[in-house]
Write a protein that binds this ligand. Structure first.
Ligand code: NAD
Ligand code: UDP
Length: 312
């Protein structure tokens, strides 16, 4: 049985990745310090003998005995609200956390997959974003703690690949959504859905003309696994190229939740990217991957999940 390590296992994406790895018959060791994660995301694995969770900060020395085949480094605050509240922890998870987990990959002689982000492109001047665009990031702005930590993490990953010949993978994840997002993590999908379901107005930042492209979680996780099983070692974008404005998105959520359109406009956060859409030519060419779940279908599943959650 292959052995995998998932940092950030109690988080949104980490917990879905754990489920996918178990379904592919991997043994999984999760690591999480629960700073933004939630044990409820792993509750269903309480009696799963192939899964263990280590409650630990990835910036501390990590010791896992035995063979490991692949490490997925997903631990990091990921919502703008979280990383604005946790700037130093965010910088450390991307820098020291990546250094620790790459060090473990070197010792175990195993593969390594980094969860990077479309934030590497900053407020992009090229649209859509392809992997050879180097980005437009404000290093000292409030979002810089996340963007620069991930850019450093990518640089370190490529250095370990070149110097230590570790099979490394870098996935630049574009906005992904689905069940298990924290109700109040501040990202637009849980924010809008919980506001709609609670009969509150949806808080659109700025005039809502900024764009994003939303990918359903099962597609994203399939892409991560396709990458981790490939021999492609340059960064690769994974996301859904269907782009919409945030105002359009708010209206879509009201319609799908079956509530009247109630919207309030609030100030746009500093350095909020004006447009974002992945160019997924590389993922199609090298992984044969493209998203399969229509955004509205994914939103219906997510709204249903939040509805149940709010009942409890
Ligand atoms: P999340 O906040 O739900 O999960 C992150 C997990 O990492 C949490 O369980 C948290 O407790 C854990 N963590 C944070 N710092 C840690 C540390 N120092 N030591 C141990 N555990 C730590 O966020 P998510 O959306 O699941 O994001 C997972 C990864 O994917 C992150 O690296 C994020 O940057 C990346 N990503 C996500 C998206 C997205 O749309 N969801 C987009 C781009 C990149
Ligand atoms: N946003 C919004 N209202 C909210 C939360 C977010 O209008 O309550 C906007 C935010 O300004 C950004 C977009 O939605 O333009 C996506 O925000 P999110 O925090 O989900 O992630 P980002 O793509 O900015 O990292």
């Amino acid at each position: 049985m292959k052995v995998s390590v998932v940092t950030g296992a109690a988080g949104f994406l980490g917990s879905h990745l754990v489920d996918k790895l178990l379904s592919l018959d991997y043994r999984v060791i999760g690591i999480d310090n629960l700073i933004t994660g939630n044990l409820a995301n792993l509750e269903h694995l309480k009696h799963e003998p192939r899964f263990d969770l280590i409650i630990q900060d990835v910036t501390e020395y990590i010791n896992i005995p035995g063979t490991i085949d692949i490490i997925f480094h997903f631990a990091s605050p990921a919502s703008p609200i979280d990383y604005l509240e946790l700037p130093i922890q965010t910088l450390k998870a991307g820098s020291i956390g990546t250094y620790r987990t790459l060090g473990m990959a070197k010792v175990k002689n195993c593969s390594f997959c980094l969860a990077s982000t479309s934030e590497c492109y900053g407020d992009p001047l090229v649209h859509p974003q392809s992997e050879d665009y180097w980005g437009n990031v404000n290093p000292i702005g409030p979002r810089g703690v996340y963007d620069e930590a991930k850019r450093f993490a990518e640089a370190l990953t490529m250095a370990y690949h070149r110097v230590h010949k570790i099979p490394t993978y870098i996935v630049r994840i574009f906005n992904t959504f689905g069940p298990r997002m924290r109700l109040r993590d501040g990202r637009v999908v849980p924010a809008f859905i919980s506001q709609a379901l609670e009969g509150k107005p949806l808080t659109v930042f700025g005039n809502g003309s900024q764009t994003r492209s939303f990918c359903y979680v099962s597609d994203l996780i399939d892409g991560v696994l396709a990458l981790a099983h490939s021999d492609y070692h340059e960064p690769i974008n994974l996301g859904n190229p269907k782009e919409m404005t945030i105002l359009e998105f708010a209206k879509t959520i009201c319609r799908l939740a079956g509530v009247p359109e109630k919207i309030v406009f609030e100030p746009l956060p500093v350095d909020d990217p004006k447009q974002r859409r992945p160019d997924i030519t590389r993922a199609i060419r090298y992984l044969g991957w493209k998203p399969m779940v229509d955004v509205e279908e994914g939103l219906k599943l997510t709204i249903q999940w939040f509805r149940e959650k709010l009942k409890k």
